[in-house]
Design a protein around this ligand. Structure first.
Ligand code: CMP
Length: 141
């Protein structure tokens, strides 16, 4: 069954002009783009999105990083999209990511790692609603 997941092309991806290359790779892997926007997160919106990591040692630097440039949240659709996207982007730490994955190709470190992907179908649904209204999520495919 087709599933939806949320990805965010992070500030390093935008700053280094990599959004086209990363989107191309996602399309080549069979994902359909259902919704997409370019926005600048505030400390409040970035902090709210990563609320689950609040209190962790990397939380403040994560929020700071996510607000340093614009980001591109996207809703992607594919069979088994949540697991598939996590496979395609690779491990959080690019040093541990498989060859050919987005993070292996383009990420600099665990903190500056180019792309976010939802970690479960339940969180995908919560994260999609964080960035997109129902009107922006009309089914195209
Ligand atoms: P992301 O998939 O967006 O979800 C949470 C983010 O926290 C993760 O990518 C990393 O960018 C960041 N993160 C997780 N662990 C660490 C860490 N140990 N040091 C710095 N950043 C981290």
């Amino acid at each position: 069954m087709k599933e939806r997941t949320l990805t965010i092309l992070k500030p390093d991806c935008v700053k280094d002009n990599l959004i086209g290359k990363v989107i191309d790779l996602l399309l080549a892997e069979g994902f359909k783009v259902c919704a997409m926007k370019m926005i600048k997160l505030t400390p409040e919106t970035a902090g709210g999105f990563y609320e689950v990591h609040k209190g962790k040692p990397f939380y403040d630097s994560l929020v700071e990083f996510m607000t340093e440039n614009r980001v591109v949240p996207m809703v992607l659709e594919k069979e088994n999209a949540v697991a598939e996207l996590r496979r395609v982007i690779g491990a959080t730490d690019p040093a541990e990511a498989e060859e050919g994955t987005v993070r292996k190709l383009y990420a600099e470190s665990k903190g500056r790692n180019i792309i976010h992907a939802s970690d479960s179908p339940e969180n995908a649904s919560i994260e999609i609603s964080y960035f997109f209204s129902q009107a922006e999520l009309i089914s195209n495919y």
